[in-house]
Design a protein around this ligand. Structure first.
Ligand code: NAD
Ligand code: DAU
Length: 338
């Protein structure tokens, strides 16, 4: 089978290509990515030379780019990881998020279905459900929860989900959606909490914690997200939505202290800063549907995988420093100040 992996040069798409090109030597993987500030071709270095991988630079919002990749390859399955993915950036430039995450997805979906793909899988997020209160630990997001997005990022992802599901209802299209919680692991862009805190702590910079630091996320190691998507794409019926989660809720201050502890740095580096606008309080995933229907469960435990993650960033300093392009520095300065 031939897979089109959009957003392949990003964090999760890149990890997906590393894992799946090895696991399925008889399948072909076409990595497709616009190489925005978040896409890094070096992330794909481990797969570039593999016989079952090709890279195509292209934009899901460009009709020409999308048509060309379908002309050049007989694609069976599309997995759409491509997105603007950072909540803070969506507060600065909401329209870019609508362009890529809504219009881009609609264009890619429509072309894929005209070309007769066997499956279009949309990589969505738990953020489409809004947030949960801290004082109700019994509440979890399940797939029937209403969409109640808070940020332009999550609203754009929810919109894409609605478009994808409308193609199923109206045209019986072969689509699936997954909604995962926060990922961590190698190759994550250092604007997100975990790699940013590792990077700052190592260079003795302050660790900016938003608000009171008590916001909760449900952390999942990236390889587990990848195997869950693979399980859905290969085994699910059409028109299904699956939550993916690690059952590993932690508040931000715990995450930050854990990183400082692994690196042997002091907590005096922590600095509480102004809160994110519209900051979601708590995410927590009920992943029982994917377990009972498809048999997927997470493999990696947080305590081990976070240590391995910190060690990866320490060993891969070069990857991290190469990412610090002009655009990265511009955003960091405008968002966090000098
Ligand atoms: P990322 O920002 O690291 O990577 C996104 C990739 O998409 C980049 O390589 C970028 O160049 C590419 N891209 C952006 N716009 C494009 C366009 N118009 N055409 C082609 N490529 C484009 O993001 P990520 O963290 O790897 O997230 C991947 C997907 O998973 C996203 O759809 C995101 O919403 C979803 N998701 C992420 C998480 C998480 O914790 N990171 C959790 C759940 C879901
Ligand atoms: O839940 C899935 C989502 O997880 C994905 O859909 C998004 O693409 C991904 O970016 C992530 O969104 P979050 O907003 O939860 O991740 P982020 O790493 O930006 O922030 C995690 C938490 O840490 C959040 O409560 C905000 C806080 N934070 C973040 C940064 C960057 C800080 O306190 N300080 C910071 O500097």
């Amino acid at each position: 089978m031939v897979f089109l992996i959009t957003g392949a040069a990003g964090f999760i798409g890149g990890n997906y290509c590393h894992i799946m090109t090895k696991k399925y030597p008889n399948d072909m993987f076409i990595g497709f990515d616009a190489l925005t500030y978040a896409g890094n071709i070096k992330t794909l270095a481990p797969v570039m030379e593999r016989d079952n991988f090709r890279f195509v630079k292209g934009d899901i919002y460009s009709k020409e780019d999308v048509k060309e990749v379908f002309d050049n390859y007989k694609i069976d399955i599309v997995i759409n990881f491509a997105a603007e993915s950072h909540v803070d950036r969506s507060l600065d430039n909401p329209l870019l998020f609508v362009k890529t995450n809504v219009d881009g997805v609609a264009l890619l979906l429509s072309e894929a279905l005209q070309r007769g793909v066997k499956r279009f899988h949309q990589v969505s997020t738990d953020e489409v459900y809004g947030d949960l209160p801290l004082n109700r630990p019994d509440l979890l997001f399940n797939e029937d929860c209403p969409l109640k997005a808070s940020s332009p990022y999550s609203a754009s992802k929810a919109s894409a989900d609605l478009i994808v599901m409308s193609y199923y209802r109206s045209f019986n299209a072969p689509v699936t959606i997954s909604r995962c919680s926060n990922n961590y692991g190698p190759y994550q862009f250092p604007e997100k909490l975990i790699p940013l805190m590792i990077k700052n702590a190592r260079s003795g910079k302050k660790l900016p914690v938003y608000g009171d630091g008590l916001n909760v996320r449900d952390w999942l190691y990236v390889a587990d997200h990848c195997t869950a998507i693979d399980t859905i794409v290969r085994n699910s019926e059409n028109g299904k939505i699956y939550n993916i989660g690690g059952n590993s809720e932690k508040n931000n201050i715990t995450i930050v202290k854990t990183i400082l502890n692994i690196l042997g740095k002091g907590e005096d580096l922590i600095e509480f800063v102004a809160d994110r606008k519209g900051h979601d309080r708590r995410y927590a995933i009920d992943a029982s549907k994917i377990k009972s229907e498809l048999g997927w469960e997470r493999e990696y435990k947080f305590d081990d995988a976070i240590k391995a993650t910190v060690e990866w960033y320490v060993k891969n300093d070069k990857w991290l420093s190469e990412i610090e392009s002009g655009e990265y520095l511009r955003f960091m300065r405008s968002h966090y100040g000098e």
